[in-house]
Design a protein around this ligand. Structure first.
Ligand code: ADP
Length: 246
């Protein structure tokens, strides 16, 4: 028998207090080590799914089951939301500080997280001194410092220029290949979803639900971006997205 999925959503509905039916009957199962992307138009409920998986907010119906009780989660938002008065080190240290880890104990963990995202040596810099891409790296390091096994990412690169975005995509893939996290990633970019994922869940809106899924081979090299196989897969996924939006 295949192992139980890491997290399993069955018949999940979400109705917000203003009456908006954000999700209806969402079924999805994520296995350990997958890089799954939720792809769909703005407003189809991608962020709502992610927040419910993170335990932020109550579902209105359905079940969300984890295969283990130990599932440290890291959450990366589109906006890096850094504390402007704190250094890079201070911002990354925050999740450990709120757990009562003192600075000396935290230092090697913060430094490791900084190294993972290419921020070694930037510990004393302030957010205002950094580019958008670097600020996003700080935000990712802050999610990694608690050593999560599951990384939830809500359009983390949407506000970045294309070159920075491509670089962060590649760095994220390299880290994922090494660390073997489970990643659940939200985007509305077909190109990003095909480049990053092992599986894409296409969502439709009103009400939000999963309309189809596409499994992709693991390839993971920058040269993939300009390959015919990539273009072909983007075409397939675009067609599925168009169906979902029809
Ligand atoms: P996506 O991430 O795909 O853009 P969201 O999950 O943010 O979609 O939103 C799904 C729907 O739920 C949208 O119609 C949005 O306006 C609505 N919505 C999201 N958050 C709230 C909220 N806190 N209160 C009321 N409606 C919300």
């Amino acid at each position: 028998m295949p192992p139980a999925p890491l997290v399993n959503l069955r018949g999940v509905d979400k109705v917000y207090s203003n009456g908006v039916v954000a999700l209806e009957g969402v079924d999805l199962a994520i296995r350990e080590g997958e890089f799954v992307t939720l792809l769909g138009p703005s407003g189809c409920g991608k962020s709502t799914v992610l927040r419910l998986i993170a335990g932020l907010g109550e579902r209105s119906a359905g079940t969300i089951e984890w295969s283990s009780t130990q599932h440290e989660i890291g959450f990366v938002f589109q906006d890096p939301t850094l504390m402007p008065w704190a250094t890079v080190f201070g911002n990354i240290y925050l999740p450990l500080r709120v757990r009562g880890v003192n600075k000396a104990q935290a230092r090697p963990r913060v430094e490791r997280a900084m190294e993972q995202v290419g921020l070694a040596g930037f510990g004393n810099a302030y957010p205002r001194e950094l580019s958008g891409g670097m600020r996003m790296r700080v935000s990712i390091a802050r999610a990694l410092v608690a050593e999560p096994k599951v990384l939830l990412m809500d359009e983390p690169f949407a506000a970045l220029d294309e070159i920075t975005r491509f670089k962060l995509n590649d760095d994220l893939l390299q880290l994922w290949a090494k660390q073997r996290w489970t990643v659940i990633f939200v985007t509305h970019s077909v190109f990003e979803s095909v480049y990053l994922s092992t599986r894409i869940l296409v969502m439709r809106s009103r009400p939000g639900r999963v309309s189809s899924e596409i499994s992709l081979p693991e390839k993971r090299e920058p040269s993939f971006r300009t390959s015919a196989a990539y273009a072909e897969q983007c075409r397939t996924v675009s067609a599925r997205l168009a169906e979902a939006m029809a």
